[in-house]
Design a protein. Structure first.
Length: 215
């Protein structure tokens, strides 16, 4: 991997993992040392991350982690609802018996995680389920769009995972998605996925209302 691409991929992974806080400054000299890279490579990476919507540049102050407002998060999720609905439909049209079995295994593990109250494990399984659906669908453009949208939503997704009872609600929705795809029912798969993402929008608005009350 060339130096520019390496810095971009590693810095992006750090951002998506939540290693940086919203609005945290990204100092080029510090990044050069952290990634053992030239200033040119770091600047190129920051430009690419700005295009991804993960970083923003400020006049005379350099780059910082871009903060996504709850209002923007809702708009992003509305777009995701349409694209992920398409992906679920396509997955239902293409799924094999082995892939359907994998989805059911993930769904069963999610149910166990909810029962044991293991929020971390549930979150990991959630990511795995959606990734598996995208792999089954094999729609490169949709996958690229979803990845970009996901990257901008990290902070809000963490907050949603901490909402009381959220996993108990979403596991039922995920099971409906799994059942529809495994049954090779494109209409039901798209409907189930859209319903799930719509509930994410409701959760975001719940967070917004709580923030207003605390404010």
């Amino acid at each position: 991997m060339v130096a520019d691409a390496r810095v971009y991929e590693e810095l992006k992974a750090n951002i998506l993992r939540g290693d940086y806080s919203p609005r945290q400054r990204l100092v080029e000299a510090e990044l050069c040392e952290e990634f053992d890279a030239s200033r040119f490579a770091v600047r190129a990476a920051l430009q690419s991350l700005e295009a991804d919507g993960l970083v923003e540049r400020q006049r005379n102050r350099g780059a910082r982690i871009r903060e996504i407002s709850l209002e923007e998060a809702v708009e992003i999720t509305e777009v995701r609802m349409v694209v992920e609905g398409l992906v679920a439909r396509r997955a239902a049209e293409r799924v094999t018996d082995a892939q359907a079995a994998t989805l059911r295994e993930i769904g069963a593990a999610m149910r166990v995680a909810v029962a044991s109250g293991d929020v971390g494990a549930y979150g990991d399984l959630n990511v795995r389920l959606h990734q598996t659906v995208r792999e089954i669908a094999s729609h490169a453009k949709a996958t690229g769009i979803i990845a970009r949208l996901h990257g901008q939503m990290i902070r809000h997704q963490f907050a949603m995972s901490r909402l009381p009872g959220r996993s108990s609600v979403s596991v039922v929705q995920h099971e409906a998605i799994i059942d529809a795809i495994a049954a090779r029912d494109p209409d039901a798969a798209e409907t189930a996925m859209r319903a799930h993402i719509a509930s994410v929008i409701e959760a975001l608005r719940t967070i917004a209302e709580a923030d207003v009350r605390r404010g």
